[in-house]
Ligand binder design. Sequence first.
Ligand SMILES: Cc1cc2nc3c(=O)[nH]c(=O)nc-3n(C[C@H](O)[C@H](O)[C@H](O)COP(=O)(O)O)c2cc1C
Length: 214
Amino acid sequence: MGRSSLKNIRRDYKHSELSKTSVNKDPFVQFNNWFNEIVNAKIIDPSAMVLATVAEANMPSARIVLLKEVDVKGFVFFTNYLSRKAKDLETNPNASLLFYWKEMDRQLRIEGIIEKVKTKISEDYFHTRPRESQISAWVSKQSSIVPDRNFLDKKYDELDEEFGNDEIPLPDFWGGYRLIPEYFEFWQGRESRLHDRICYRKEKGNWKIFRLAP
Ligand SMILES: Cc1cc2nc3c(=O)[nH]c(=O)nc-3n(C[C@H](O)[C@H](O)[C@H](O)COP(=O)(O)O)c2cc1C
C-alpha cells in the first residue's frame, strides 16, 4: 500500500465518552465495567493485550499475551519462564500492558511492576488447559532457536506418547506473571478527535484521577 493511501485511512469515533466523574474511583472496577461491555459486544480476542518489557540493554520489546485473570492485586497472564520476556522481567520488572478494542474505539494502557504468581495458581490454570496445549508447553523452549518445524512436531509426538493417559504435570519453566498496576489510562475515541483520556496514578496508596489532553 502506497504512503498516500495510508494517509487517507481514518474514521470517526462515536461510541461513548469518559469523564473524571463518570469513571469509577477504583480503576479495577472501571476495568471490569469496560471489559464487561467489551465481552458483551462479542469482540474477537477481547483479552489479547500487548505486553511491553525492557531488556537489560534498555531495548523495549512487545508481544501479545492473553489476560487470564484479574485479582485484587493485578493482571495475570501465563507464559514460559525462560522466554525472552521472562529474561527481560528478571532484570527489569517494569512493564506495560496495552489493550486496543477497536470496535469500541477504546485503548487501555496499564503500567506497573511484574511478579511471578504462586505456583498453585499456575498449577490450577495449567490443568484447565486442553491436553494439546499442555504438551506444547513442554515441547516449546519458548524464544530459543529451533532447527525446523519437524523438530517441534517430532518432540510433540514423543511427549504425547510418553505422557499417554497420565495427567500432564506443570513444567517448572512455565507459569503466570502478575502485573501490579501503578498507572491506568482509559482512552475513549470521540468525534472531532478531541478524545477522552482519563488516567489513574497511585499516590501514597490512593488512586489520583486526572484527564490528559488528547
Ligand atoms: C492472540 C495471541 C495470543 C497469545 N497469547 C500468548 C500467551 O498468553 N502467552 C504467551 O506466552 N504467548 C502468547 N502469544 C505469543 C506471544 O505473542 C509471543 O510470540 C511469545 O510469548 C514469545 O514472546 P517472547 O519471545 O517475547 O518471550 C500470543 C500471541 C498471539 C498473537
